[in-house]
Design a protein around this ligand. Structure first.
Ligand code: ADP
Ligand code: ADP
Length: 221
């Protein structure tokens, strides 16, 4: 089964192609790296998948659902951790988590929240805008994990995170992946992708220029 199926996808800004006839297929259960330099088109691709922007042409599907037409269904199964963490502003951290939990009907909310805040060393009573960039990113990551999505998409998640927290983040991600979560890690950091992903696509100037298998899937161990 496919988690992601993208066919001849293009996105034009003026006369500039942010994506040009891009094809990509990601299997369910994969820990997949999307790697490329800044400006390659990673965020544009992710934004089309999540129906935040429209493609100029081509097709994109998540779990066989059309990204443009069936995005409400897709959003119930998918979490996106954006590289941009400027949204919640004056809300307290715990209220942000409560809101996400309510929206996604998270059942074991208190246990999950206690677990993640301890692991990520995060204070619940601070206001979001008063947090450091690294702590904001932790909040965004926890918001992505709380609903236990079938598909988790992370856009440059380790920017500004200290090494211990990065280590713990990847321990969690690998555990979730073993339990069946499909994970897409978008990054410009080859080391990071090489260490954690089982497969990677290299994107440049809006195209996939190579796909490489990095290690055996845990499913085949
Ligand atoms: P990445 O996430 O890999 O850094 P992006 O998807 O953000 O790359 O950008 C791909 C290309 O599209 C870049 O050249 C970028 O400047 C351009 N681009 C992205 N968003 C817009 C926009 N809203 N308007 C115009 N150009 C854009
Ligand atoms: P990312 O690396 O995550 O794509 P960016 O800083 O490239 O983040 O983009 C931040 C915002 O600016 C996005 O909404 C993107 O669409 C927009 N953007 C990026 N490049 C351009 C551009 N050349 N012209 C206009 N908007 C852009």
């Amino acid at each position: 089964n496919k988690a992601i199926d993208v066919f001849d996808l293009s996105k034009k800004y003026g006369s500039h192609f942010a994506l040009k006839d891009l094809n990509l297929s990601i299997n369910e259960g994969e820990f997949f790296g999307l790697i490329g330099p800044n400006g390659a088109g990673k965020s544009t691709l992710i934004r089309i998948l999540l129906n935040m922007i429209f493609a100029t042409s081509g097709e994109a599907a998540i779990f066989n659902l059309d990204c443009a037409k069936e995005s409400a269904e897709i959003k119930k199964m998918t979490s996106y951790v954006s590289s941009d963490v400027s949204y919640y502003d004056s809300m307290k951290v715990k209220d942000i988590f409560r809101l996400v939990a309510k929206f996604h009907h998270v059942v074991d909310f208190n246990q999950q929240m206690a677990y993640y805040t301890e692991l990520f060393d995060l204070q619940l009573n601070k206001k979001f805008r008063e947090l450091s960039l690294g702590n904001k990113r932790k909040v965004a990551i926890i918001c992505g994990l709380l609903p236990q999505p079938k598909l988790l998409i992370l856009d440059e998640p380790t920017n500004g995170l200290d090494p211990l927290i990065q280590f713990r983040l990847f321990e969690i991600l690998e555990e979730k992946n073993k339990q069946g979560m499909t994970i897409i890690l978008s990054s410009h950091d080859l080391k990071e992708v090489q260490t954690h992903c089982e497969k990677a696509a290299f994107i440049k100037e809006g195209k996939i220029i190579a796909e490489e298998k990095l290690k055996e899937s845990h499913l085949k161990e």
